[in-house]
Design a protein around this ligand. Structure first.
Ligand code: ADP
Ligand code: MG
Length: 413
């Protein structure tokens, strides 16, 4: 088994360092309390603004539930004092794994306003200290690949609106040891929409479909794939797609909180074939490498998905009518099937069925969840007591995503 895959030792204890490298890692991030001049502050009655969560340690969280204080243990718990660089420090190994050839998914979960987009970095970039996961991962990625800083189209371009003609690499680079393609899709109401599409053809876009090739690789058709050669190009694509997500709606806020946004990178690398025993040990399992490579070289193909999930809040009864109800049910189905798939993967019953086909989201992520893939979930919560029931839901969802792997399987007798 690879070093990064899940341990299946009897009893499933997670005592050693090696064992903590499980295939699904779940972190909680507690956002700072709303301040009096933050939007939404006035909506919360004073007596409900006090915090209902306490970070007990870097891996445990206490929640004041109506049944009393409950303690939850995660791979990591970030308090409101942990800033973007602290979260990234924990996640940076994901980019090393991606460059090694693993498929990786990074997921942000939680109720609207809890900090998913801020954490993932799909919100507008701002200054670099507030950069979320995607810009930091992009930076680390090009550093790993040894790409020279291009600077040609500088980061100043990010503040102005980005136009379609600006995205994608202006030049076809050949004979590189690697190539990167980016896609950016939104899943809304179980249909996929390309976010890297010309503003003018927004209402007339091709149908995006998900299919699976013979080797189990998930392919998307009808989607723009941008060749990306630098950090700046990646940021332009991200910023452009995020702005399309914002403007492409009649009920903007309601919609973006109900849709999943998936920014994905596909990295193809030409690497020297491992020769010595040590090189072979440090390399990927051979079945993960593409066949038909040149003599002396292997082709390593990997994916990195950044997923800004739909808001996890439950629909209010009054809204459960007509179109709204359909949306709500559909989004909940996506989050519900994601939770189910992660649980199924964690319980790791070899050969057992995994319900990837239950939703577009899990289908899209199929080759990047489970198997040799590595998944990180950051579940975002708001500390105020006002949001206690959603916070409890989020923490329990996150716990389910993680719990089964750390508990021994119950033997049927
Ligand atoms: P979501 O995507 O979950 O709906 P956002 O990421 O848009 O939530 O966060 C809502 C607001 O709170 C944004 O203005 C964001 O900048 C701010 N925010 C969220 N988390 C943090 C944090 N950890 N530190 C500072 N500001 C935050
Ligand atoms: Mg958001």
């Amino acid at each position: 088994a690879s070093r990064l895959s899940m341990s299946s030792r009897p009893g499933g204890s997670r005592a050693s360092d090696e064992d903590s490298k499980t295939a699904v890692k779940v972190a909680i991030r507690v956002r700072p309390a709303l301040q009096p001049n933050d939007p939404g502050y006035d909506l919360i009655p004073q007596r409900f603004q006090k915090s209902a969560v306490q970070v007990m340690s870097p891996t445990s969280l206490a929640v004041d539930s109506p049944q009393g204080k409950k303690i939850f243990v995660f791979d990591r718990v970030f308090s409101e004092k942990v800033e973007q660089d602290g979260v990234w420090e924990y996640l940076q190994e994901s980019v090393s794994a991606f460059v090694q050839g693993y498929n990786v998914s990074l997921l942000a979960y939680g109720q609207s306003g809890a900090g998913k987009s801020y954490t993932m970095g799909t919100a507008s970039p701002g200054d670099s200290s507030s950069h979320g996961i995607i810009p930091r991962a992009a930076h680390a990625l090009f550093e790993h690949l040894g790409a020279p800083p291009s600077g040609a189209r500088g980061s100043s371009g990010l503040r102005a609106p980005v136009r379609y003609s600006q995205i994608g690499s202006p030049k076809q680079v050949v004979n590189k040891a690697w190539s990167i393609k980016a896609t950016y899709v939104e899943i809304y109401n179980e249909s996929l929409r390309d976010l890297l599409i010309n503003e003018t053809s927004m209402h007339d876009r091709p149908q995006v479909n998900i299919r699976e090739d013979k080797s189990g690789r998930i392919l998307l058709t009808g989607l723009h794939e941008l060749e990306i050669n630098s950090y700046e190009e990646l940021m332009l694509a991200l910023t452009f797609g995020s702005s399309i997500r914002q403007t492409d709606a009649t009920a903007i806020n309601a919609k973006s909180s109900r849709s999943h946004a998936v920014f994905s990178l596909n990295l193809v690398q030409k690497k020297p074939r491992p020769q010595t025993d040590k090189e072979k040990r440090n390399s990927l399992p051979l079945d993960m490498m593409a066949q038909g490579s040149e003599a002396g070289y292997i082709t390593v193909d990997s994916k990195l998905h950044f997923v800004d999930l739909a808001g996890s809040e439950r629909l209010k009864n009054t809204m459960a009518q007509g179109e709204r109800a359909k949306e709500g049910i559909s989004i909940n189905a996506g989050l519900a099937s994601l939770g189910k798939v992660i649980s199924q993967l964690s319980s790791r019953h070899p050969g057992s069925h995994v319900s990837y086909r239950d939703s577009k989201l899990t289908r899209l992520l199929q080759d990047s969840l489970g198997g040799n893939a590595i998944t990180y979930m950051v579940a975002c919560v708001t500390p105020a007591e006002f949001h206690l029931s959603e916070t409890l839901n989020t923490v329990q969802y996150a716990q389910r995503a993680r719990a089964i792997q750390s508990k021994p399987r119950i033997q049927q007798v």
